[in-house]
Design a binder for this molecule. Structure first.
Ligand SMILES: Cc1cc2nc3c(=O)[nH]c(=O)nc-3n(C[C@H](O)[C@H](O)[C@H](O)COP(=O)(O)O)c2cc1C
Length: 239
């Protein structure tokens, strides 16, 4: 039994991302309880307000005083052992509605605080899985690719979750997803999309065995928060 939260961010309820998220929800339902956060369908408000910066988030956490939509998401995040995110890459990152979900819902004082982050994160034991579509081809978002390495595009989101203590499973990506294919290319894309939906069952069922991203541990940093010279350079973001 594991408890899943499926978060999806695409405006088209009939599109591939919506179908993929549904495939995840169905696969997850075979493994235990499932919660959904379809951010567009919920009309989730991604904009953090002046009243809610970091200190205000902490104060709100102290009295369980988050906005109702945030409180609902925090409860889902706390209950989840696995969060599966479904979204397209837009401008080399996540759609704004999902970035806003991170901004508002990973609440300071609730899901992390100064003493409880990174190796001591409050979400230790939970796993996040990104399932993304790109318009770019696999080689364009691979090493040396013109559209930027996909793992680096996902890195800031992954690191926000790592900050809270999550493990990050190796992402799943479907490439070359756009409406400009014709003929055999279009048929090949449809076959790949169909395969991704079929594969989701197996991906969630075997998630525990899926490789995890490696991060520097707290001990790899000195008192000033700099990576020690002898520590491994795992990611170009921290070099
Ligand atoms: C605003 C916007 C920005 C996009 N930026 C990127 C990008 O940076 N990299 C990329 O590979 N694809 C990009 N795309 C293509 C989408 O990733 C692609 O359309 C999506 O994965 C396929 O889903 P859809 O056609 O169902 O929306 C972008 C699309 C839109 C609408």
């Amino acid at each position: 039994m594991s408890n899943h939260l499926i978060v999806s961010a695409h405006p088209n309820p009939e599109g591939f991302i919506a179908s993929w998220a549904r495939a995840s929800a169905e696969a997850a339902a075979r493994l235990g309880p499932v919660a959904r956060s379809d951010l567009y369908a919920m009309q989730f408000d991604p904009v953090e307000r002046a009243a809610n910066p970091l200190k205000a988030q902490e104060d709100a956490s102290a009295r369980n005083g988050w906005a109702a939509d945030v409180a609902g998401e925090v409860a889902k995040i706390r209950a989840a052992e696995v969060i599966v995110f479904h979204f397209p890459i837009w401008w080399f990152g996540a759609p704004a509605i999902l970035k806003g979900w991170f901004d508002r819902c990973l609440v300071h004082g609730g899901l992390h605080d100064v003493e409880n982050r990174f190796d001591r994160g409050l979400c230790r034991g939970k796993t996040a899985l990104f399932c993304v579509s790109t318009g770019a081809t696999e080689s364009e978002v691979g090493p040396g690719g013109k559209e930027g390495r996909l793992d680096l595009l996902l890195w800031p989101l992954a690191y926000a979750l790592r900050y809270c203590g999550f493990d990050i499973a190796d992402p799943v990506a479907v490439h070359g997803v756009h409406g400009y294919h014709e003929g055999a290319e279009k048929a090949a894309l449809e076959a790949r999309l169909g395969q991704a939906l079929t594969d989701q069952d197996q991906i969630l069922e075997t998630l525990a065995a899926r490789p995890r991203w490696r991060f520097n541990s707290d001990d790899d940093f000195d008192g000033a928060g700099r990576l020690r010279p002898e520590a491994e350079r795992i990611w170009p973001f921290i070099d």
